[in-house]
Design a protein around this ligand. Structure first.
Ligand SMILES: O=C(O)C1=C[C@@H](OP(=O)(O)O)[C@@H](O)[C@H](O)C1
Ligand SMILES: C=C(OP(=O)(O)O)C(=O)O
Length: 409
């Protein structure tokens, strides 16, 4: 793919209907659990996202060395899966993946009897996973303020442990809807669990093969909301997303009420139209960190002052997303600052440049969050192929919606 692309929209009017990609988060849980249930389950609407295609391939691979690339769920879920099913593997990933911490998960698995060694820096991939010598331990304490993926990874293998698992979550619970999603999908495959107070209890039991339909991706929907908010006129139908979703990112429908988008749920998905937006917004992203970039870029473009909390996990995702946002906002004349510890404010400026240029930092969400600004001025996006991680058809869908795309060498 090209080094960059330039996006423009000839009219700024959006009338379109878009079929959203499937959720990689749901798909990757279904893949792990259906494998643990014997591999005969029928999975429908598996995501075309690279993160899901990759996990599907890796689960069938006999290789000794497994490359999780830049997929956090793949790295974390496979660590627990290989460790507890006694598969000897070296598990590695991109340079960035080898900077994303995994100690909390490795410590927990070691306490359960797993043999895992660090091949590079202590606390980070690559990992060497050896035979599992279950020690009958069934109660663990685990920090829940770094990544929920450690907890999801442990929960999915918990039914296999001879005495099950009682997991006590310590500290703030970040990304909680993803933990609830894991438990819901486990239940779909016949595994019971209870989440009371800070403790999740999973008895020893067998998963049952079941067919599973992966829902459309609400995180992907967020970029279309942003386009509606920035269009001169818009009537956009998104096919697929469900009101009562497993995904916490369905919160985008509520957030965008404040930012100028009115949502109607239909039997097919959602219909989005433009409405007036507010001038200030205060939001806690602890439950939906993947929406933060969309909301930051949109607020800066709309002239909304945005105050945010719950961004702690953004520093250890595909890139340091706080730093990446701060740099790219400056380039468009806006600012994002930490006003008091943990509280960030976006102070929008006025876009004076004739065209905008955004770097993407190997982060799909940087590309997709800033692309909608092309409804205001021509936008150049660097390394546009990053979208393949979660939404490979993103650029084709923009063309379908009337955007012009010029690929630059
Ligand atoms: O479990 C999941 O599918 C995910 C959990 C979240 O990560 P954290 O729990 O690390 O915040 C989210 O950001 C990521 O895109 C997907
Ligand atoms: C953080 C993300 O993914 P992961 O942690 O699974 O790499 C994401 O998709 O925004």
């Amino acid at each position: 793919m090209s080094k960059s692309l330039t996006l423009t929209h000839p009219t700024g009017v959006l009338h379109t209907s878009i079929k959203l990609p499937a959720s990689k988060s749901e798909a990757n849980r279904a893949l792990i659990i259906s494998t643990l249930s014997g591999g005969t389950a029928e999975l429908h609407n598996l995501s075309e996202a690279n993160d899901t295609q990759l996990l599907q391939r890796l689960l069938k691979s006999d290789d000794d060395t497994i490359d999780a690339e830049d997929a956090g769920t793949v790295m974390r879920f496979l660590t627990a899966y290989y460790a507890v099913t006694g598969q000897q593997k070296v598990l590695t990933g991109t340079d960035r993946m080898c900077q994303r911490p995994i100690k909390v998960l490795v410590d927990a698995l070691r306490e359960l009897g797993a043999s895992i060694n660090y091949l590079g820096e202590e606390g980070y991939p690559p990992l060497k996973i050896d035979t599992f010598k279950g020690n009958g331990k069934k109660q663990l304490k685990i920090r829940s303020d770094i990544s929920s993926q450690y907890i999801s990874a442990l929960l999915m293998i918990a039914p296999l442990l001879p005495d099950g698992l009682a997991l006590e979550l310590e500290g703030k619970i970040g990304s909680k809807p993803y933990i609830d999603m894991t438990l819901s999908i486990m239940r779909h495959f016949g595994a019971e669990a209870t989440f009371k107070g800070n403790t999740i209890t999973v008895p020893h039991q067998k998963y049952k093969p079941a067919s599973f339909h992966v829902e459309s991706d609400w995180s992907a929907a967020s970029y279309w909301y942003s386009m509606v908010a920035l269009a001169k006129e818009a009537d956009v139908t998104l096919l697929g997303p469900k009101e009562n979703s497993f995904q916490g990112d369905s919160a985008v429908a509520d957030i965008m009420q404040h930012l100028g988008v009115y949502t109607t749920f239909t039997s097919e998905g959602v219909n989005l139209i433009k409405k007036r937006h507010e001038k200030h917004l205060l939001y806690d992203f602890s439950d939906c960190p993947d929406l933060a970039q969309t909301v930051v870029a949109l607020s800066a473009a709309l002239g909304v002052t945005l105050e945010m909390t719950g961004l702690e996990s953004l520093r250890i995702k595909e890139t340091d997303r706080i730093q990446a946002l701060q740099i790219e906002l400056l380039g468009m004349g806006s600012r994002m600052e930490e006003v008091t510890p943990g509280v960030f404010r976006v102070q929008p400026g006025i876009i004076t440049k004739k065209s905008l240029n955004f770097r993407t930092y190997q982060d799909h969400r940087m590309a997709m969050a800033f692309a909608p600004l092309s409804l205001l001025a021509p936008v150049e996006i660097q390394e546009p192929s990053v979208v393949r991680k979660s939404y490979p058809r993103f650029w084709e869908d923009l063309e379908k919606a009337g955007f012009n795309i010029k690929y630059n060498d």
